[in-house]
Design a protein around this ligand. Structure first.
Ligand code: PMP
Length: 366
């Protein structure tokens, strides 16, 4: 079986698994305990992991808050900031992941005003639209770095500069960017989220990168999860040390193998693109933009063929999807936002590739 749903989740790399095992067996200490070696080891491992993750984002280690993943990190920043401000206006794009979209809608029900910025036909936000939408009541702008369905890349640096200039928080959902582009955070990004399972790490762990303010003072944020003092008081609960170790290892591998993996995934995308073109000819229409897009994501329509039928038919040989795994029961609002009709959306499929997946047999299957 060829796995082409790497934007939904990825396999755990053996190196990552091996790094985790020790923390599921011998090293079971609680990092918040003291005095004895098991606890000291656990605390040190988490500190090292924090440093490792910070290298990827070019931030300080104490700006890394471990969470259960992007969904939690996104909820945490929206609700945590909203709770502490008198302002009421938030700006997001109209193709954000449900973990942003639904959190914004939740806040809307509680009296906040949300502006949904329309993306262009490539699924990209025009930074000038963000600039014009910011008013005196705005406290938060949030956009994804890379879109999960199309692979399109937003101009994060320009939007970060605009937000910094206007004095508003700028949150970036970096979930689909890590491992595919350089995610050193540009000046002006105040927070970012990501999940380990999109980068060959374990499920149920991720981080919120929460940048300190320009005076180096930690930003105040109401916790989503109240309780203990873990994670600098931002996120209570005993840390899943094994998962954090897995996340850290996955980040280390992203940094170490970045260039080679991007090259590999680009080559694989070229192969898949040519195969689809050759096999399907005029029947195929690509929804993903061909420029300003990360390598490895191909969203396309097969004219006259419903995606459910196609995906079921190939499911024995190819694992792929029609779009976001987090909203499978609804037609894609992302594809709608870039101008596709309902029937074009029903014919749309996403292949998301991996540098680690052998695709040589794809030619015989398609
Ligand atoms: N944001 C984006 C862009 C995503 O693709 C995903 C995962 N599909 C998430 C957030 C949520 O990640 P998780 O399910 O790991 O919390």
């Amino acid at each position: 079986m060829i796995y082409l749903d790497n934007n939904a989740t990825t396999k755990v790399l053996p190196e990552v698994r091996d790094a985790m095992v020790k923390y599921l067996t011998d090293e079971y200490g609680n990092p918040s305990s003291k005095y004895y070696q098991l606890a000291i080891n656990a605390k040190k491992s988490i500190d090292d992991a924090r440093r490792n993750v910070s290298k990827l984002f070019s931030c300080d280690a104490d700006e890394v808050i471990f969470t259960s993943g992007s969904t939690e990190s996104n909820n945490m920043i929206f609700k945590g900031l909203a709770d502490l401000t008198n302002k009421r206006h938030i700006i997001i794009s109209n193709i954000e992941h449900p973990s942003i979209m639904e959190t914004a809608k939740f806040l809307e029900k509680h009296g906040y005003r949300i502006t949904y910025i329309e993306v262009n036909s490539c699924g990209v936000v025009d930074p000038s639209k963000i600039e014009s939408a910011i008013d005196d009541d705005t406290f938060l702008v949030s956009t994804m770095w890379v879109n999960n369905e199309l692979g399109s890349i937003n101009d994060i640096s320009t939007m970060a500069a605009i937000c910094k200039n206007k004095g508003v928080y700028y949150h970036v959902d970096a979930t689909q960017a890590v491992g595919k582009i350089d995610v050193a955070l540009p000046n002006g990004v105040t927070s970012a989220s990501f999940s380990a399972h999109k980068i060959y790490g374990p499920k149920g762990v991720g981080a919120l990168i929460l940048k300190k303010d320009c005076d180096g003072i930690p930003i105040k944020l109401t916790p989503l999860i109240h309780g203990g003092e873990q994670e600098f008081g931002y996120r209570a609960g005993t840390q899943g040390v094994h998962n954090i170790i897995g996340l850290s290892k996955a980040c280390e591998i992203v940094l170490r193998d970045f260039l080679i993996n991007v090259k590999k995934i680009r080559e694989k995308e070229d192969i898949v693109y040519d195969l689809l073109k050759n096999k399907l000819g005029d029947q195929i229409v690509f929804n993903s933009p061909m420029t300003n897009k990360v390598a490895g994501v191909l969203n396309f329509q097969i004219k006259g063929v419903k995606n459910v039928i196609f995906l079921n038919k190939i499911s024995e040989f190819i694992a792929a999807s029609s779009g976001s795994a987090c909203s499978i029961t609804h037609p894609s609002y992302t594809l709608k936002a870039i101008g596709l009709t309902d029937s074009e959306i029903e014919n749309s499929i996403r292949f998301s590739l991996s540098p680690y997946e052998d695709i040589t047999e794809l030619e015989d299957i398609l």
